[in-house]
Write a protein that binds this ligand. Structure first.
Ligand code: CU
Length: 366
């Protein structure tokens, strides 16, 4: 008994002499933010700006420490082990159902195009709350984001690192969004929690500088609209059309081009109620799977169709959709990067990206 007391006394004494972290005892762990902390964007930064990055990008902790991820956007924390091929959107084995447009006609994809969904690997949490090797698979999953509301933000993801090593992770939604956890032996020096916070703030400043510059994006011709803007280096993204208002003449063909290397977008014309419905249903659980609404994810015209002519009455109500436009630099097999429309009738036509809220545009045809 006395021996035990002595041991405890020795431990307490050592605890005073050594920083608690050096002994690997519980301490307040590092927090990594997935996405920005821009509750109100700073002056000069668009409210459509986002940061597809982890802050800080590198966390350095001791063996036995925890790292906590907090989500400010549609992101995951995924340690994929040796499987780097983590799909996000996936083609399912069944085909698209019959959907009719406002004119009562079947859209082209029924029974032809594969059903599109989110891959369970990306969506579902995987593994325990401890990780002991960089080859272990752990995933925060997207479920926590789906379950969150404006009033109840996503639950943080907490992992305890039990062995030294360099652990790399990414977001399955935004593959350019990567981070590292360096786990050091108990006595090795590591930056303080406060130093991690400062580093995160410095990295966010770089995003803000980029975001201000990206907001000046301009197409090279006056018949082009840039769909989004982004920087792979910092993860800065502006979910806007550049320009968001374009005046053209009857007969002009406008090219909408994804100029955002960080993300996918759509160009979707149609009445406001339809666009809102597609946006709200874009990702929806159906019978145990999470499916993408074909009205948003697939082009409204079949792949072999010529450049669509837009009169404001297409498909009975003015519906016309690009489908998913992939980021510049994607392999050509990933899908189209741009979408062309010839405007055949004077009018003011609203469109939007059904993936990003308030990513809206107008074409005025005279
Ligand atoms: Cu978008």
């Amino acid at each position: 008994m006395a021996r035990k007391t002595a041991l405890i006394a020795a431990f307490v004494l050592v605890s005073f002499l050594w920083p608690a972290t050096a002994l690997g005892v519980t301490r307040s762990g590092v927090t990594v933010f997935a996405g920005p902390n821009l509750a109100s964007p700073p002056a000069g930064v668009s409210s459509q700006a986002d940061a597809l990055a982890f802050f800080p990008k590198v966390a350095t902790v001791h063996v036995g420490d925890t790292v906590t991820w907090q989500y400010r956007g549609f992101h995951t924390t995924t340690f994929s082990g040796s499987n780097q091929n983590y799909p996000f959107i996936t083609q399912l084995s069944s085909t698209q159902p019959t959907v009719t447009d406002a004119a009562g006609e079947r859209l082209w994809w029924a029974g032809v195009a594969p059903l599109l969904g989110l891959d369970p690997l990306s969506v579902m949490p995987q593994g325990s709350s401890k990780i002991s090797s960089p080859s272990d698979v752990r995933n925060s999953g997207l479920v926590r984001i789906f379950q969150s509301t404006a009033k109840s933000p996503p639950k943080p993801y907490v992992l305890t690192f039990t062995k030294a090593g360099t652990y790399r992770y990414f977001c399955t939604v935004h593959r350019g969004m990567r981070g590292t956890v360096r786990v050091r032996p108990a006595l090795a020096p590591v930056p303080s929690v406060a130093a991690h916070k400062r580093q995160g703030a410095t990295e966010l400043q770089r995003v803000i500088v980029d975001a201000k510059q990206l907001n000046q994006s301009k197409p090279t011709t006056n018949l082009e609209v840039l769909v989004g803007a982004g920087s792979k280096a910092t993860g800065a993204e502006i979910a806007s059309f550049f320009p968001d208002q374009l005046a053209v003449k009857t007969g002009d063909t406008v090219t909408f081009r994804n100029a955002d290397p960080t993300d996918i977008h759509t160009v979707t014309f149609g009445p406001q109620a339809l666009r809102t419905k597609i946006e709200n249903n874009f990702v929806a659980p159906v019978g145990g799977q999470i499916l993408l609404d074909p009205l948003g994810a697939l082009p409204s015209e079949p792949p072999s169709a010529p450049t669509p002519q837009y009169s404001g009455a297409n498909h009975g109500d003015g519906y016309l959709n690009s489908g998913l436009l992939v980021p510049p630099g994607s392999p050509t097999t990933a899908g189209p990067q741009s979408f062309q429309v010839t405007f055949t009738k004077p009018g003011t036509y609203q469109y939007e990206c059904v993936i990003h809220s308030k990513m809206d545009g107008t074409i005025v045809v005279s």
